[in-house]
Design a protein around this ligand. Structure first.
Ligand code: SF4
Ligand code: SF4
Ligand code: SF4
Length: 211
């Protein structure tokens, strides 16, 4: 995580924080990092528009470029709305939302928290019953909303990191137990072989008695 006054953080702070991934990066911070570290183009953020490109040009001391519309157009802010009658409660939208703007539980209807939604539209495509639509938000994106979205995104990333580490720890525990599991499996194999041999001896004794 960059420090508060690092170049990456200064660039990240100038980005809109919708976390929409339209720049081709999985969030605003990775795009900021790519601009500072790898010289990535400064015109790939549609939510920031031309004004955002100008700000980035100033911070990074680069020439202003026209917004790259291959990444998307600069549109008025939207927000997601779920048609709760048709929602099947699959939770796919919750998993897609980068800022935890959707609440709901498995097999229960889901709802978008309008004041948390960044309008990124990442929840729309995963919905299997197409019950999420984007509608005009009716207000502009502000610096305060961007700061809140950044905090929500960072909380979510931390939570996902913890889950990821827990999964890795579980995998590591399984690997650590592997010799024990292998020994158990091999003991079981020896036991089965011993039983098979004993049965074979019994069969041959019986056969010998009968002959
Ligand atoms: S707002 Fe979207 S396009 Fe702009 S930097 Fe953030 S993730 Fe990328
Ligand atoms: S609810 Fe949908 S549009 Fe709103 S922030 Fe979450 S993923 Fe983006
Ligand atoms: S993805 Fe669609 S159906 Fe699934 S919980 Fe979200 S809104 Fe409901």
């Amino acid at each position: 995580m960059p420090s508060d006054d690092s170049p990456i953080d200064r660039v990240n702070a100038a980005l809109p924080q919708t976390q929409c991934t339209k720049c081709g990066y999985p969030g605003c911070l990775p795009y900021a990092r790519a601009m500072v570290m790898d010289g990535e183009a400064i015109n790939r953020c549609p939510p920031g528009g031309q004004e955002g490109v100008r700000t980035l040009a100033r911070i990074l001391g680069r020439e202003e470029l026209p917004l790259d519309t291959d990444c998307g157009k600069h549109l008025p802010l939207q927000r997601a709305v779920i048609d709760e009658e048709h929602c099947i409660g699959c939770t796919l939208c919750i998993q897609a939302c980068p800022v935890d703007a959707i609440v709901g539980a498995n097999k229960f209807m889901h709802t978008v928290l309008a004041d948390v939604c960044t309008g990124c539209d990442l929840c729309v495509a995963p919905c299997p019953v197409d019950c999420i639509t984007m509608v005009p938000a009716g207000h502009d994106w502000t610096a305060q909303l961007a700061a809140q979205a950044r905090t929500n995104y960072e909380h979510r990333q931390k939570r996902l990191d913890v889950t990821h580490h827990e999964t890795l720890s579980a995998a590591a525990r399984t690997l650590a137990n592997k010799p024990v599991l292998s020994a158990t499996a091999s003991n079981e194999a020896i036991k089965q072989e011993t039983i098979a041999r004993a049965l074979a001896r019994a069969r041959s004794r019986r056969h010998g008695t009968q002959s």
